[in-house]
Write a protein that binds this ligand. Structure first.
Ligand SMILES: Cc1cc2nc3c(=O)[nH]c(=O)nc-3n(C[C@H](O)[C@H](O)[C@H](O)COP(=O)(O)OP(=O)(O)OC[C@H]3O[C@@H](n4cnc5c(N)ncnc54)[C@H](O)[C@@H]3O)c2cc1C
Length: 395
């Protein structure tokens, strides 16, 4: 007989797992559907295999949520970022430092954000899900459990099948770009500095991996390089040495010679948003979270932070509900939709604006954007405000 769940979540990526754990902490019974959730044992330990070579820049709000779920990965998989350097394509430069942020209660130096290895985070969440008795793994064809749940949540990523099934409009503008992710070892140490370069519409990020506290050498960086679709094909087909030479040239040789330390993966990029993120399909209430609700360019490293904030917000709204409201109550779900609308618009506007600003050709645009970068660098209040946005400390 199908087990009754209060809420069924379709999709067991990072956002789906985090939401399931946050809801179980509210004593709600959750059905979680997805390939990892229905496996009989948790995933292999994080160090054994890099199934996802990406590393995520996570902000303070995401860290707070993951810590509250006891899912913040071990120190060896997390690198605190002490400084961020952004370089334009005509001499403009902007530097953010954590030095003026308040010190942590435990005496560790403050960080702008943390670079977290994707596979370690996924493994940590899947283990926690596996051992939480209020979360039941569901098979895709477990129709009984899904029909009896008061709320269905899609956390299926950008190609969400449930969103299509529920007839939710999806406005998507593909960028003519792909993001290439890999890892490289650098001749010079990264110094826990995250670096980003803009040039001719392409964007390259070097995210530091390893730090003195964990005894790692501090020369390894996670790479995210967003380039035109044609250039992506060329770079993916290039041999390791040619790829590293192109990478070193684009990064202005800031970290010296580079050696490839992982395979290369690539992702298509788009700006997309669902027309609604809560609603009813027949009598069944539904909600969207994470990339199923919105997808942004990775240049600011904000997509997962947005998705985790969705999970925190939906759990907060359901946890604070009046005793007479069920979890599928539309008034309640609209509170979640309203709570998230501004954040989504802000991040989508900022990342899309930056992408387009740096894609413009012509000397006037070049001068303007580089002048803007250096201008912000010299402006104390604007810079301070940007740091608080990037860290997720918006109050
Ligand atoms: C190169 C790159 C770098 C990035 N870097 C950053 C960064 O530094 N910081 C940041 O915040 N964000 C970053 N992002 C964005 C981030 O990867 C996404 O926002 C995030 O992975 C979305 O998580 P999700 O759980 O919503 O979706 P997904 O990660 O897509 O997970 C969806 C899950 O649902 C499962 N699923 C799909 N369909 C079904 C179904 N019908 N039933 C059951 N299960 C289903 C899938 O198997 C998958 O496990 C980056 C993105 C890219 C491409």
């Amino acid at each position: 007989m199908a087990q009754h769940s209060d809420i069924v979540i379709r999709g067991d990526g990072i956002v789906g797992c985090a939401l399931a754990l946050a809801l179980a902490n509210l004593r709600l019974r959750v059905g979680l559907q997805g390939p990892a959730a229905s496996a009989t044992a948790p995933a292999a330990p994080a160090s054994s295999e890099h199934s996802d070579i990406r590393a995520y820049a996570l902000n303070a709000a995401s860290r707070q949520l993951l810590e509250s779920l006891r899912c913040w990965p071990a120190a060896e998989f997390v690198t605190p970022v002490r400084e961020m350097q952004v370089c334009g394509d005509h001499g403009g430069q902007l530097t953010f430092s954590a030095s003026h942020l308040p010190a942590n209660a435990n005496g560790t130096p403050p960080a702008l954000n943390w670079i977290v290895q994707a596979h370690a985070l996924q493994t940590r969440l899947q283990e926690a899900v596996h051992f939480q008795p209020l979360i039941a793994p569901l098979q895709a064809d477990d129709a009984g459990s899904q029909a009896s749940a008061s709320l269905l949540v899609a956390a299926e990523g950008q190609a969400s099948a449930s969103r299509a099934e529920w007839g939710v409009p999806w406005q998507a503008q593909p960028y003519a770009q792909r993001a290439i992710a890999t890892r490289v070892r650098c001749a010079l140490p990264h110094g826990q500095v995250a670096r980003q370069w803009f040039g001719g519409g392409d964007v390259l990020a070097f995210l530091p991996l390893g730090n003195a506290q964990t005894g790692a050498d501090g020369n390894l960086v996670a790479v995210v390089w967003s380039v035109s679709t044609e250039r992506a094909s060329t770079l993916l087909a290039a041999d390791d040495a040619a790829f590293c030479q192109a990478l070193a040239a684009f990064s202005q040789h800031a970290l010296g010679g580079l050696t490839l330390a992982a395979e290369r993966g690539s992702w298509p990029l788009q700006l997309a948003r669902a027309g609604r993120c809560v609603g009813q399909h027949g009598t069944q209430s539904w909600a969207l979270v994470g990339d199923a609700a919105h997808t942004v360019h990775p240049l600011a490293g904000l997509g997962l932070n947005l998705g985790l904030a969705d999970a925190a917000s939906l759990a907060q709204v359901l946890g604070a509900r009046e005793y007479w409201r069920g979890v599928g109550d539309m008034k309640l779900l609209r509170r979640y939709e309203r709570a998230r609308a501004l954040d989504w618009l802000g991040v989508a506007g900022a990342t899309d604006g930056l992408q387009h600003l740096f894609a413009q050709t012509g000397e006037v645009w070049k001068t303007l954007r580089n002048w803007g970068l250096s201008g912000v660098d010299r402006s104390g209040p604007v810079k301070h405000w940007l740091v608080r946005q990037a860290t997720g400390l918006t109050s």
